[in-house]
Design a protein around this ligand. Structure first.
Ligand SMILES: Nc1ncnc2c1ncn2[C@@H]1O[C@H](COP(=O)(O)OP(=O)(O)OP(=O)(O)O)[C@@H](O)[C@H]1O
Length: 254
């Protein structure tokens, strides 16, 4: 279990003003959604949280240790990344790819053991991929590949999940299944952070939200206080109509 914290963080987007420094704590058990229009910097923020992009200023900490003082191998044991870029040409099967999730825990040249295999198989089962275990990833559909990426992170079982549009390419049923999976991870004490384009998924499954504006302005807090129609209309530059369904707000473009 781990706390992910940013202190006066300014992400580095070329030619953009600093905007509001981000100082927030993402704690075990919480599910954070990062919302914002195209180009607002959601992916850049996620990459910065993962230590893949250098911040312009400020810092990211895991359990009070600055990321820049941590070895990449230590970070890899804590952070699970589900990002958009995929090495699609990589000649590996679905099972071999899921097993990559265990690599941060193995020493160099150490082969995966029975426990690792069991974790990978369970993750494939959870993502309904067992039947595709021996298929080459390069032959999969977009949604199947997305689920392989999630299964790889699940095999890793990281303290902190960083997922960039985890429901990308997924049909409705799998969108719900993946949001349920991420909620389940949070309930088990993991910290879950994801970028989302779908306001309604965010409203239903995230308990904390960070709204990122194209000029670098931002606000964050408990989901209920962030899901204000006026603020969301301003965020997306889009009038919205809203209603409440089963206790959660639902937004549609007007
Ligand atoms: N290497 C780069 N050089 C110049 N500009 C960049 C570079 N990388 C990203 N940007 C710009 O930074 C801004 C933020 O990009 P980012 O991918 O983080 O946005 P996003 O909110 O995730 O967008 P989307 O919703 O479209 O995925 C964009 O305007 C993008 O063009």
């Amino acid at each position: 279990m781990a706390v992910l914290e940013t202190r006066e963080l300014i992400i580095d987007i070329p030619e953009r003003a600093d905007g509001r420094p981000l100082s927030l704590r993402m704690e075990p058990g919480q599910t954070w959604g990062i919302l914002g229009p195209n180009g607002a910097g959601k992916s850049t923020l996620l990459h910065t949280l993962g230590g893949l992009n250098r911040p312009r200023s400020g810092e990211v900490r895991i359990d009070d240790t600055p990321l820049r003082q941590m070895r990449r191998s230590t970070i890899a044991r804590q952070l699970g990344l589900v990002f958009q870029e995929r090495q699609d040409g990589f000649p590996a099967t679905v099972l071999e790819t899921a097993l990559i999730g265990r690599h941060p825990f193995l020493s160099p040249w150490q082969l995966e053991g029975g426990d690792d295999l069991e974790m990978a198989e369970k993750a494939l089962e959870r993502l309904e991929l067992s039947d595709l275990a021996d298929r080459s990833v390069s032959t999969l559909s977009g949604g199947e590949r997305q689920r392989v990426a999630l299964a790889t992170a699940l095999t890793q079982s990281p303290s902190i999940w960083l997922a960039d549009e985890p429901t990308n390419h997924l049909d409705l049923r799998h969108q719900v299944a993946v949001m349920e999976l991420l909620s389940e991870q949070a309930r088990a004490g993991h910290t879950v952070v994801m970028c989302l384009h779908d306001l309604n998924l965010a409203a239903r499954w995230c308990d904390h939200l960070l709204l990122l504006y194209p000029d670098g302005e931002a606000c964050w807090g408990e989901a209920e206080s962030m899901l204000k129609p006026k603020a969301l209309e301003q965020l997306y530059g889009q009038p919205l109509t809203w209603a409440e369904v089963d206790g959660a707000p639902v937004f549609v473009p007007s």
